[in-house]
Design a protein around this ligand. Structure first.
Ligand SMILES: Cc1ncc(COP(=O)(O)O)c(C=O)c1O
Length: 346
């Protein structure tokens, strides 16, 4: 009885078909080098597993603050940014007030709102997956107290119009700019902007730059805002192994991560050029570590690629995403194999 409202609930789904080449979850395809894993093992061996972790993650926060060029007081850590999205959906404004976000976008904004029972103001992006003035203005009229904008957006890959995002912030709506993919973009971040603002925060994640398995998301905002949000999270949400591994990777392994990001950006640009040479597919521009393509028959191509051992994300079921597939940037040899297979299949 108590759970009846969730009987038909659609939880967040991910592609899990085992395939030789996995280009479906926008992960960094490169693992950490052995020397760094050895360093992690050394430190993990010293952990007193019977003890609770530091509830403030103070050492990790110092390192992350340095990584982003902010202060520890500006930061709230989460068990992935998914946890922070859920938390913000619970605590910002009144749950009777709706949440706004453009579609198509990252499904966790909708999933989180549905769990809490918050109304959703969804408005469509245009045919180039950009925000429109009318869309934003219509949404604002419905008096939401919370807005989510993923920029670069998932699954479309493009950066959203920052002037229109600022217009929402200027209306007093608490605005979350989810910059999960900004490490792959040369466009301007909202990071400096939110430090001076009381109703906007930025989300970042370690998941796209090599630590998806660790679950470490970061909220960055004005220190007064961050300090209140920090009071509302679970006390031990960042595990002791995560605190230790995160610290090592972002200090001793920082050059490794930066080099992997550099390679992935250059591979993304290579893939955009090569995909654009293929007749019969539409390629959308990308500032992220994935590329959205539209093909003749998305479901069929998705299946055929799996038969060839390549998993990409089928987006065909989403609004405005007919026959669209989202392809994460893999290792150079994986990208070339994908290109060759795609050319054969289309
Ligand atoms: C826009 C966006 N935000 C957040 C996330 C989730 O990140 P995390 O792994 O930190 O929970 C994703 C993951 O795909 C994403 O695409």
């Amino acid at each position: 009885m108590y759970l009846d409202k969730f009987k038909d609930f659609k939880s967040y789904k991910t592609e899990t078909t085992p395939c030789k080449i996995k280009l479906s979850s926008n992960e960094n395809p490169f693992d950490l080098p052995d020397w760094l894993k050895d360093r992690i093992s050394e430190e993990v061996k010293k952990i007193h597993f019977q003890r609770y972790p530091d509830p403030t993650s103070s050492e990790l926060k110092e390192v992350i603050a340095d990584f982003y060029g902010v202060k520890p007081e500006n930061i709230v850590l989460g068990n992935g940014s998914d946890e922070l999205i859920q938390l913000l959906t619970v605590i910002i404004g009144d749950c009777k007030e709706p949440v706004m976000y453009p579609i198509p976008t990252f499904p966790m904004y909708q999933v989180s709102a549905d769990i809490v029972g918050r109304r959703k103001v969804e408005f469509l992006l245009d045919e180039n997956f950009q925000l429109t003035e009318e869309g934003v203005e219509e949404a604002v009229k419905k008096k939401p107290s919370l807005a989510f904008f993923a920029s670069p957006n998932n699954p479309t890959g493009n950066t959203l119009n920052s002037e229109l995002i600022k217009r929402v912030i200027n209306q007093g709506i608490f605005t979350v700019i989810d910059e999960a993919y900004i490490d792959f973009s040369d466009k301007e971040s909202f990071l400096d902007y939110v430090l001076e603002t009381k109703n906007a925060v930025v989300l970042r994640t370690m998941s796209k730059i090599g630590l998806a398995g660790l679950r470490l998301g970061v909220l960055i905002g004005n220190k007064d805002v961050a300090s209140v949000i920090d009071k509302t999270r679970q006390p031990f949400n960042i595990t002791l192994p995560t605190q230790i591994i995160g610290k090592i990777v972002l200090t001793e392994g920082r050059d490794v991560i930066n080099e992997q990001i550099r390679i992935l950006k250059s591979e993304r640009d290579f893939m955009l050029t090569e995909l654009n040479k293929i007749n019969g597919i539409k390629v959308f521009p990308s500032d992220a570590n994935f590329i959205l393509i539209r093909v003749k028959d998305g479901n069929k191509l998705h299946k055929k690629l799996i038969e060839k051992g390549i998993l990409v994300r089928n987006m065909s079921h989403l609004p405005q995403m007919e026959n669209c597939l989202r392809v994460s940037i893999g290792k150079p040899d994986e990208n070339r194999e994908f290109l060759k297979t795609l050319k054969d299949l289309v």
